[in-house]
Design a protein around this ligand. Structure first.
Ligand code: TRP
Length: 359
């Protein structure tokens, strides 16, 4: 039963997401997109095809786009904190290299630099119960995966902080993967309860944000069976050189059948490599498979290496340039933080007024 409820809420999310996808192209000014990443290291091609490309597309449509670096969240799910600042800067370099351009409409900032937003945490915590926090399925999985010596309270409460991330700037669309849906639901619940409790009979302060699910098929690692991730050692990093890319693809798993076909169920490894070529060239994976035919795994890998290196070449060139200019990267984060603070300060005034804490 629980599983069925889960599936039906997923299907609802998919439907809503498709509607937003259609509407956002027509009415970009109705939306504010808020996206976030934890600064845990450099990004790989799974991030690029699954999310960065989409952010660039949305921002080019003129949609207001807030790109949040969730540095506080890193404190929650790992003991290592020494590299947070370096990772934050590398993340910004990957964003900019991928084509995200900070502007009037596009703001990049770490959430720890927005004190006015963090002020919302306490009132938001009063709107949810302990029971709700401890049944969040994504949090449960992360607790299993984190291998922390003890579970800190931040682990249970970070979805509330994520609601702060989304709501301080009144984000109404959040591009995420399926695993983040429970967090979007939490943000919706908090927005609704805040409005009901503190804005009864008045204009509601917070929108109920919706998830925008990625249209890109999920990218498997080069082992073809698990999601691509740096920690699993199956990723191609955006910053890899062309030779490194070639060497990684050479080692990618395929299968014994020399004749290449696109069959995601029975031949997931081969299908994944075909999908990656398709993402680079916009050709259908079936067509690519037909073209390779008896050319075998060797030809498949050669095609992927060429397609990927060509696709990433401009990005990598920009990346190298950006690496040389750390002060520029820092300035982008400071400017972004300043803009985010102005937005958060306005919301805080509204929130204080609603809660009767204005003196
Ligand atoms: N929890 C998200 C992740 O692990 C990162 C994140 C933080 C986020 N704040 C957010 C995502 C707000 C979307 C919106 O990937």
């Amino acid at each position: 039963m629980a599983e069925m409820e889960h599936i039906s809420s997923y299907e609802t999310a998919v439907k809503i997401s498709k509607k937003i996808e259609d509407d956002i192209v027509k009415n970009p000014s109705k939306y504010r997109v808020l996206t976030g990443d934890r600064p845990t290291g450099r990004l790989h091609i799974g991030h690029y095809f699954g999310s960065l490309e989409n952010r660039v597309r949305l921002s080019k449509l003129g949609v207001s786009t807030m790109i949040l670096i969730a540095d506080y969240q890193v404190l929650i799910d790992r003991d290592a904190y020494q590299e947070i600042n370096q990772n934050t800067k590398q993340l910004v370099i990957d964003y900019l290299a991928a084509g995200i351009e900070p502007s009037e409409n596009v703001i990049i900032f770490p959430h720890s630099y927005v004190p006015e937003a963090n002020q919302l945490m306490v009132p938001f915590l009063t709107l949810v119960s302990n029971a709700e926090l401890s049944r969040n399925p994504t949090v449960k999985e992360e607790i299993q995966a984190a291998g922390l010596k003890s579970i800190n309270a931040g682990m249970y409460t970070y979805p509330v902080h994520q609601a702060v991330d989304i709501l301080f700037c009144k984000g109404n669309v959040v591009p995420v993967g399926k695993d983040q849906l429970p967090h979007i639901e939490m943000a919706r619940t908090i927005a609704r309860r805040f409005n009901e409790k503190f804005c009864a009979g008045k204009t509601p302060i917070f929108p109920e944000p919706q998830a925008l699910l990625s249209k890109t098929p999920s990218i498997m690692g080069l082992d073809g069976t698990q999601k691509m991730s740096k920690s699993r050692g199956n990723a191609i990093m955006l910053c890899a050189t062309e030779d490194e890319t070639a060497a990684l693809i050479k080692k990618a798993k395929t299968d014994a059948d020399r004749h290449i076909t696109y069959d995601p169920i029975n031949r997931p490894e081969v299908a994944n490599l075909l999908t990656l070529i398709s993402l680079c060239t916009n050709e259908e994976p079936q067509k690519i498979a037909e073209h390779i035919g008896d050319g075998g795994g060797g030809m498949l890998k050669k095609m992927l290496t060429e397609a990927l290196n060509e696709k990433l070449r401009p990005l990598r060139t920009r990346r190298t340039e950006l690496e040389k200019n750390p002060e520029y990267i820092r300035q982008i984060l400071l400017d972004g933080s300043q803009r985010a603070r102005e937005i958060a300060a306005k919301t805080l005034v509204e929130v204080r007024t609603a809660m009767n804490t204005v003196i």
